[in-house]
Design a protein around this ligand. Structure first.
Ligand code: SF4
Length: 637
């Protein structure tokens, strides 16, 4: 049973999964090496000067390995010129060739650069989008065909001490894998393992694996399963982490941090790439912020390990909790806005959390908080419907839509005035105590506010919820984290990981971020985390590739244009992809696709089906809007 397969060393103590060491030139990956940071150039690989300059900007920002696309033989040959140019400029960071579809380009690149990344979904296969039944013998024949095409590359890599990354993408699994496993985490892992087995038969072990998806939930499940299968087999190769097509800005950072960070929390991951639809050097500080969280993590205090894991780590299933008002059960996770530090709360201040008072009535946005915590203060105006107050229990007055907040000892030990509808009870996740659990179980009006001051806090909070599950306690649980000492950049990363990791496993019913940053920023970040984990969809979802040497248009600019026109289309998923070679596969999850097909031309997709081809770039955004209208997903702003 997969559920019993361990995928990491510990669910409570921070401990990095020990892998074999892979060598990419002089840079070690996995083993005892630190978590490496890498990125990819977006220039045309034939433009040696531009590519070398871009690589230098990335390296100067802290990039330890530079990936460059090699779509055909001529680009593969030009990697030599780029490498020489970098060397002349005093840079000898290992280079990686990114290969899709072209084994002959891989074989040339492997003699020049330190690592070759291949995609098992398309190294020898062109995706037909056909689901064909494969008999066992037909499947075996396919594997033999792959072997004959892949072994020459392995032998070249062996001779040249070149590493291979077997880089699986959720959106470009082969028809063979799709027919047998579907586009599941298991399909992704098998896709990689087919190639690993061929390497092992050739006694080639300088392998790094990756399982990427634009959906952080799928990406996390696939990597956990990969780790579990490798632990089971006794050969654990280094793992490269990344969320593909994460997009730009805060949304891109949140998605990447959730996917990558959730795994790093459990010690999985030896090298990371944050893919943003921005300049590649912008990715590096984000990646370094993520990695920096684990530099000192070993020493943090931890609880005893768990004997049984009560949830399946390879599949999403929301924890069953009781419904109390609009919290828990089937309700989407709720957001608590913390206004306890405000001196006075006026109606206009609620703009920051999605409520605008205009022409004698409240206008409520899709990203409106559900509760406002006011501490000891009170609110002297009528609140919009949908927004309720949480007040410290000592001052709470049992007014309409107002609920008290107790500390757990206060709630359970005193006879203080309680609400007969809802009581918020704050508890520290280190307080795992049979007596308290029995008391919680006996209550029917409480919502837990789970806090932590452990530096390995996500694991501590998760362990508390596991204990609730094991004890059959279905109390709704809201996660609270205090980020008062963090600037906005680190807060974005830390909250995405700490909260996102719990949402990925469906464990919590709400989010409460405490900070001295603006309520608007906190509200936007909270909703961004819910959107990225698909726990609560409140805006348009963009799946845009980071671009590379194959890109056919200015991705950041076009993404900004499309976003401007469509960001009010709540729940619609739009893929914006730089090239036709990988774009349609990589945006498998999108409702609509905008894909570069040639210089100045775009193709539009509805799902996986191409609807219009050869649209001039200048007309393409309008054509996309028309397509969305045609399929009735358009609403006016
Ligand atoms: S989809 Fe984007 S990042 Fe991927 S190969 Fe095409 S242009 Fe490059």
């Amino acid at each position: 049973m997969d559920i019993l397969l361990p995928y990491c060393n510990s669910l409570t103590k921070y401990s990095r999964l020990k892998t074999r060491e892979g060598m990419v030139g002089k840079v070690g990956i996995g083993g005892n090496n630190p978590i490496r940071v890498q990125s990819m150039t977006v220039t045309n690989t034939m433009d040696t000067d531009a590519t070398a300059k871009e690589a230098i900007r990335m390296i100067d920002a802290g990039c330890e390995l530079v990936r460059i696309t090699a779509p055909s033989i001529k680009e593969a040959h030009n990697l030599k010129n780029i490498k020489d140019e970098l060397y002349i400029c005093g840079y000898d960071v290992p280079l990686i060739a990114d290969i899709h579809f072209t084994p002959n380009a891989a074989e040339i690149a492997a003699q020049i650069v330190e690592k070759v990344r291949i995609n098992p979904g398309n190294y020898t296969d062109r995706k037909q989008f056909k689901v064909t039944e494969y008999t066992d013998s037909a499947y075996k024949e396919e594997i033999e065909r792959i072997r004959s095409r892949f072994v020459p590359l392995i032998r070249i890599c062996k001779r040249n001490k070149t590493a291979i990354r077997i880089g699986v993408n959720h959106g470009s699994l082969s028809d063979r894998i799709m027919s047998r496993y579907g586009d599941t985490p298991l399909g992704m892992v098998e896709s990689g393992m087919e190639f690993v087995r061929i390497c092992e038969k050739e006694k080639f072990y300088n392998i790094i694996l990756s399982m990427k998806s634009s959906n952080p939930v799928v990406m996390v499940h696939a990597n956990r399963l990969l780790a579990a299968k490798m632990i089971e087999s006794g050969k654990v190769y280094p793992i490269h982490l990344g969320v593909t097509e994460a997009g730009e800005g805060e949304g891109g950072r949140i998605k990447s941090a959730i996917g990558i960070g959730t795994l790093l929390e459990d010690g999985i991951g030896d090298t990371i790439r944050v893919s943003l639809t921005e300049k590649p050097e912008n990715e590096i500080p984000v990646a370094k912020m993520i990695v920096s969280r684990y530099a000192e993590r070993k020493s943090y205090k931890s609880k005893n390990d768990l004997d049984v894991q009560p949830v399946n780590p390879f599949e999403f299933k929301r924890r069953e909790s009781t419904t109390l008002n609009n919290v828990g059960g089937e309700n989407p996770p709720r957001i608590i806005a913390d206004f306890s530090r405000q001196k006075e709360i006026r109606p206009s201040e609620l703009n920051a959390i999605g409520y605008k008072y205009l022409k004698d009535k409240w206008h409520i946005s899709d990203q409106a908080a559900d509760f406002i915590f006011v501490g000891d203060q009170s609110i002297n105006f009528e609140l919009p419907s949908g927004l309720a107050i949480i007040q410290n229990a000592e001052v709470w007055q049992n007014l309409k839509n107002s609920y008290p907040l107790f500390m757990s000892n206060e709630y359970f030990q005193t006879k203080s005035k309680k609400s007969n509808i809802l009581n918020f009870v704050s508890i520290n996740s280190s307080d795992i105590d049979v007596e308290i659990f029995e008391k919680i179980k006996a209550e029917s009006t409480i919502i837990l506010i789970l806090e932590t001051n452990n530096k390995h806090g996500m694991a501590e909070q998760r362990r508390f919820i596991f204990e609730l599950i094991k004890n059959d306690i279905s109390v709704p649980t809201i996660m609270k984290r205090n980020y008062s000492r963090l600037d906005t950049k680190q807060l974005l990363i830390d909250s995405s990981i700490d909260i996102g990791a719990l949402l990925i496993d469906g464990l919590i019913d709400g989010v409460w971020l405490e900070s001295n940053q603006s309520p608007q920023f906190i509200n936007k970040t909270s909703f961004g985390i819910l959107q990225a984990t698909r726990s609560r969809i409140t805006k348009t979802e963009y799946i845009s590739c980071p671009s590379c040497g194959r890109t056919q248009f200015d991705l950041p600019e076009v993404t900004a244009q499309i976003r401007k026109e469509t960001e009010h289309l709540k729940g619609v998923k739009i893929g914006i992809m730089g090239c036709i070679v990988n774009g349609p596969g990589e945006m498998a999850d999108a409702d609509y696709g905008y894909v570069g097909t040639g210089s100045g031309t775009i193709a539009l997709y509805k799902g996986q089906k191409v609807i219009q081809k050869n649209i001039d770039t200048k007309d393409a955004v309008k054509a996309l809007i028309d397509l969305i209208k045609e399929y009735r997903d358009w609403v006016e702003k």
